[in-house]
Design a protein around this ligand. Sequence first.
Ligand code: ATP
Ligand code: MG
Length: 267
Amino acid sequence: MKEYLIKSGSEVDLSKWDPDDKRLCPEGKIEGLKSLLEINHDLEMLQELLYAENKHRVLIILQAMDTAGKDGTIRHVFDGVNPQGVRVASFKQPTAEELAHDYLWRVHKQTPGTGQITIFNRSHYEDVLVVRVHSLVPKEVWSRRYEHINNFERLLADEGTTILKFYLHIDADEQKERLQSRLDEPDKRWKFDPGDLKERALWPKYIKAYEDVLSKTSTPWAPWYIIPANRKWYRNLLVGKIIVETLKGLNMSYPEVSFDPAKITIE
Ligand code: ATP
Ligand code: MG
């Protein structure tokens, strides 16, 4: 999966990343969906082990342009996983109380506890994305945040949190198609947000802001992966695989019990 990992310190040019790429599953969608079923199963087991061992914390961050599929990724990758074991935190426009604090205040509260997996649907990265693109704070303010973010994530990692960050990469044509299908299909219409068109008009500015995020905040303790996301099945497969591989790498085991089961008789 190293193909999709951003090495710390490298400059990212998103025009060089193909959103249609499917090189780890050239056989196509049917094979991809079969592999995803295995991933779902592995994830179910690994989540239970994580909870039982009660040692690690796992934070998964999803960022993307509108319609790239943050919700769909969560739904499909975690299909079958015990809903008690995974929590999703969504970050919308900050409330008045949140705005009265530093931008990491609301984020830190949502980070996973021991034995837990938390998925961030949007995150503190909005504070260098939408905030930058719309000039919600001056440049001197947002430009300092990359360093804060790296240090904040370092703190979480030092204290036992495994962090994975995914940028779901679609292109503007794919977004156009997805927005159009939300208009065309009556049961998708509720998802259409006319405000998304205003954001779409800012596409190049968002891409620049994402390139800076990916270039400045992919660290050994909290790496970014760029996920080709024009094909939904490939996006789900890749995100799932990376999470499973990372969890396997934690070498978790069930806790030792303090009794000898052979000596216990249940009347
Ligand atoms: P959906 O798929 O349901 O549209 P969404 O994540 O786009 O999901 P929305 O309620 O449509 O949810 O949008 C949330 C909005 O909040 C986004 O436009 C996002 O950029 C904005 N937002 C998130 N964090 C911040 C922030 N720190 N400052 C300003 N805006 C923010
Ligand atoms: Mg939205």
